[in-house]
Design a protein around this ligand. Structure first.
Ligand SMILES: *Cc1c(COP(=O)(O)O)cnc(C)c1O
Length: 415
């Protein structure tokens, strides 16, 4: 406990904890909130940011598009730079719009281009169900087989899929695969993939590479542009704290921008800004990722995400990642020392191969585990059949949370 308190005292990011609202137990104590990988907490400025837009609508009506404090016409641009910094992209490679699965389809419309024998999509085992449905339906739309043309990377080491194994897969099947689509951090095991190595190898075989960064954005220190990734998308409500159903971000590498021959769904919000309101018949795409926008966006949903992205910008993702590595390693040490008979950690041990999340497999069945956790003042996530996912988030969790979690977990598993 002393160690945890000392670490919290030394933590230069400790004050960000006070910038978030924590849900409380019946007795009015804050929960240990380890669910930022599912729904991030509410930033203290979120309410004000939404209210400002309600007020602008109330007082300005249609004039809010151009004359508000943050004009709606360009509101989404306020999110662009912060998002680009978070994922290591140029501003023009990023746009915030829609929700995640919708964006996956918009991106795959452009980047899944089967050609004769090269028609397979490579995904990871235990991909998030929505991602799997999305790729399967893309296969079907192109007249391909949703099972036979889907290549699934199975783990070769426990729950882990090693990089060597993935690269090896290209050596054997590279000429059948046309697109790779992997969760940058797998939601179930918490494994972070070597996106740079995968992209490099896939490109040697002329495959396009996309990552679902729902569990990567705001968690890892990403460098999408430098790694040469073709496209990526993430949601705004997990690590990014934008609130339930918050808009998603997308990344499209510069090399694919400003191309007229790329297949793409088109809408007026993707049209060149200088002539958009002349309402021409012909679609002229903007030369940034904004060309993938279809509609004018929901301002009220972007407002809380903006509030949160400002906090990320203030804290800096490099600093957050540094703290995160220590925080998760501390939690891991405690679990290994104090609960090794009861819990197996299925997340990779090596720091480069994971984000902040640890996935815990319970060695014995504990009936109503989620109720028990709740009663002990813990909000965590349960995945059938036997995995508890916990995410100490560096923006608002601390070392004491980790310590308390393990003490309470001991009470639960030992009855
Ligand atoms: C959370 C998550 C989703 C959720 O998709 P929505 O379209 O936002 O509902 C999809 N894919 C992955 C990998 C996720 O982690």
């Amino acid at each position: 406990m002393d160690f945890a308190l000392e670490q919290d005292q030394k933590d230069p990011l400790a004050h960000f904890r006070g910038r978030f609202h924590f849900p409380e137990t019946k007795t009015g104590k804050p929960f240990i909130y380890f669910c930022g990988n599912s729904l991030g907490l509410q930033p203290d400025t979120a309410e004000q940011y939404i209210k400002e837009e309600l007020d602008a609508w109330k007082k300005l009506g249609v004039d809010g598009h151009l004359k508000g404090k943050r004009p709606w016409l360009t509101y989404h641009e306020l999110l662009t730079h912060y998002s680009a910094k978070l994922v290591g992209a140029l501003d023009r490679e990023v746009v915030v719009m829609n929700s995640l699965t919708v964006n996956l389809h918009l991106l795959m419309t452009s980047f899944y281009r089967p050609n004769g024998k090269r028609k397979k999509i490579l995904i990871e085992n235990n991909a998030f169900p929505s991602d799997r449905y999305a790729v399967q339906s893309q296969l079907k739309i192109h007249g391909n087989h949703p099972k036979e043309d889907l290549m699934i990377l199975n783990p070769d080491q426990g729950e882990t899929i090693t990089t060597e194994w993935i690269l090896d897969c290209f050596e054997h099947h590279g000429d059948e695969i046309t697109m790779v689509f992997i969760g940058g951090v797998n939601y179930y095991s918490g494994q972070a993939f070597d996106m740079e190595a995968i992209t490099k190898k896939a490109h040697e075989y002329n495959c396009l590479v996309g990552f679902d960064l729902a569990h990567g954005a705001g968690n890892l220190h990403l460098k999408l542009h430098d790694w040469g990734v073709d496209f990526a998308a993430w949601c705004g409500y997990k690590y990014l704290n934008g609130g339930p159903g918050a808009p998603s971000g997308v990344f499209i590498h510069e090399r694919h921008l400003g191309k007229s021959d790329i297949p793409r769904f088109e809408g007026w919000w993707g049209h060149d800004k200088s002539t958009r309101f002349q309402m021409p018949d012909e679609f002229v795409p903007t030369t940034s990722a904004e060309a993938w926008q279809l509609s004018n966006p929901s301002i009220f949903s972007m407002a809380p995400l903006l509030a949160s992205l400002e906090l990320f910008h203030e804290a800096g993702i490099e600093n957050l990642r540094k703290k995160s590595e220590k925080l998760t390693s501390y939690l891991e040490d405690l679990l290994e020392n104090e609960l090794e008979d009861e819990i197996e950690i299925i997340t990779p041990k090596s720091i480069e191969d994971r984000g902040c999340q640890l996935s815990l497999r319970l060695k014995t069945v504990i009936p109503n585990i989620m109720d028990e956790l709740h009663r002990q003042g813990i909000l965590a996530d349960w995945r059938e059949p036997d995995v508890v996912r916990i995410a100490p988030v560096p923006l608002y969790n601390n070392f004491e949370d980790c310590y308390q979690f393990v003490q309470r977990m001991k009470k639960i598993v030992r009855g």
